[in-house]
Design a protein around this ligand. Structure first.
Ligand code: COA
Length: 323
């Protein structure tokens, strides 16, 4: 049986430590002004030593459950999007499941880097819409600071740590209207951590698994691909952009966000922007931004929202939701 699927709860968590652009000037050949003008970032949060992705995920998840008025025992599916799992295995989803004292339901990670949360939402949506699940916990959580080369000014200034969570539940009234995810591995070298367990385990052990990016190329592809993705979602739902209340984009660069808003002919007052405060938190960025705008009252019941994200792979996705 097919159900509607609604977002019934939302939560987020940011590590306490804040690293400002001014702080970065102390150990990098960079300036506060360069970082802000090129990316829109003013600060980012950094996980403390001994604070792991599952720690961030747990706080965000408990908050999402609370906001939905649900108990952990109501959850029958856990999907965690992360690029920075605590361990090689078990998955961060299984670690989270154990923290929440949930037993037996499926729990797994998805890995699509910055588009990871859109992938996780897509999977969970399909479980709930088909009736395979009734209450899915979907989390994007990252300690991206751990895979940055803090001597590489062209990448390390852009990212931060954090987590966001949503609860998806079967409902009688519309919620998620459509979900679209894509990938093209032909672009694998433009944005990557080029080592892993199978290829260069020693480099992992030595802490030399770093994010590499050809910034200009990634920027160009992100703008054109996401522009096409938001048009795809409008066309497949037969709606005009004037019906959209909010854009909740992946927070990679304010200039990318501006370009997508322009493509949708949205004013920046209809775009949720957190990049100045969070930096790029990869899979956590969309649920973090959504949670901020729900909590401050901007996003209201009945609003139509587009989520979009783009990341290494390349991977990308978009979703149209009525709140
Ligand atoms: N501080 C000061 N100068 C820096 C710097 C920093 N932190 N990082 C790079 N530079 C320098 C570069 O070395 C370059 O110097 P050069 O011209 O002497 O070689 C100069 O600044 C210009 O760099 P450029 O790459 O032309 O800047 P840009 O306008 O493309 O902006 C990014 C750089 C990284 C902000 C931008 O390309 C970007 O946002 N790319 C996409 C990032 C992204 O979205 N990634 C994640 C997708 S999920």
């Amino acid at each position: 049986m097919s159900h509607s699927v609604r977002i019934t709860g939302t939560g987020s968590y940011l590590p306490k430590k804040v690293l400002t652009n001014k702080d970065l000037e102390k150990f990098l050949d960079t300036t506060e002004e360069w970082i802000f003008s090129r990316s829109g970032i003013r600060q980012r949060h950094i996980a403390a030593e001994g604070e792991f992705t599952s720690d961030l995920a747990e706080v965000a998840s408990r908050e999402a459950l609370k906001s939905a008025g649900r108990q952990a025992s109501d959850v029958d599916l856990i999907v965690v999007a992360t690029t920075t799992a605590d361990q090689v295995f078990p998955s961060t989803a299984c670690l989270l499941q154990n923290r929440l004292d949930i037993h037996g339901c499926p729990a797994f990670d998805v890995q699509a880097v910055c588009a990871g949360f859109l992938y996780a939402l897509d999977v969970a949506y399909r479980y709930v819409v088909t009736g395979a699940s009734r209450c899915a916990l979907v989390v994007g959580a990252e300690t991206f600071s751990r895979i940055l080369n803090w001597e590489d000014r062209s990448t390390c200034v852009l990212f931060g740590d954090g987590a966001g969570a949503m609860l998806l539940e079967a409902a009688d009234t519309p919620g998620i209207l459509s979900s679209h995810i894509h990938a093209d591995g032909a672009f694998k070298d433009l944005l990557c951590v080029p080592v892993g367990v199978s290829t260069a385990y020693q480099e992992l052990l030595d802490g030399r698994a770093y994010t590499e990016m050809q910034g200009k190329e990634v920027f160009r592809w992100a703008v054109s691909t996401l522009g096409d993705a938001v048009i795809e979602i409008l066309e497949s739902n037969g709606i005009h952009q004037s019906e959209i209340d909010w854009l909740v984009p992946h927070q990679a660069n304010i200039r990318i966000i501006n370009a997508i808003a322009k493509r949708l002919e949205l004013s920046m007052d209809q775009v949720v922007v957190t990049i100045d405060q969070h930096g790029n938190t990869s899979a956590a960025s969309v649920p973090l931004a959504f949670d901020v705008a729900v909590k401050d009252g901007r996003i209201k019941s009945g609003d139509k929202i587009i989520f979009e994200a783009f990341g290494g792979g390349f991977t990308w996705g978009s979703m149209l939701v009525q709140i």
